[in-house]
Design a protein around this ligand. Structure first.
Ligand code: AMP
Ligand code: ZN
Length: 123
């Protein structure tokens, strides 16, 4: 598993590389920015500023701040009419589809017939 110094999201937090397709907002402990390979316009990632690997590593004390930034980002996407609904998706470890080993939450705006399908059993 990649160490913090090699972590692309830690490098974004440190300002060493730009945040995907643009920063959306930040709070004391979290940063929200547009996904580099979005599934929909407005697809946003929310990450803790500290290097935690999965949701299990994020301290419970940060939960209210995390919920607030998730709700703020999702509300803004809805206000901008980028979606009529949204998914909050969070992958933990490789087998569950986690590619970047720094915990993150996907906020994905949804529209009717947008063709997106998540967690669909193939047989
Ligand atoms: P996951 O499969 O949950 O680990 O998702 C990782 C996400 O990070 C993918 O949607 C990528 O498009 C996104 N991503 C990877 N590198 C960057 C980057 N430098 N800036 C923004 N998003 C990124
Ligand atoms: Zn990291």
């Amino acid at each position: 598993m990649k160490k913090e110094k090699d972590c692309i999201f830690c490098r974004i937090v440190k300002g060493e590389i730009p945040p995907g397709k643009g920063k959306i907002k930040e709070s004391d402990n979290f940063l929200a920015f547009l996904d580099l390979n979005p599934h929909a316009e407005g697809h946003t990632l929310i990450i803790p500023k500290k290097h935690f690997v999965t949701i299990l590593d994020i301290p419970n004390t940060l939960a209210p701040e995390l919920l607030k930034i998730i709700k703020d980002v999702a509300s803004e996407l809805m206000d901008k009419k980028l979606g009529d609904g949204f998914n909050v998706i969070q992958n933990n470890l490789e087998v569950a589809g986690q590619v970047v080993m720094h915990a993150h939450f996907h906020i994905i705006p949804r529209k009717d017939n947008d063709g997106l399908r998540f967690l669909v059993r193939e047989n």
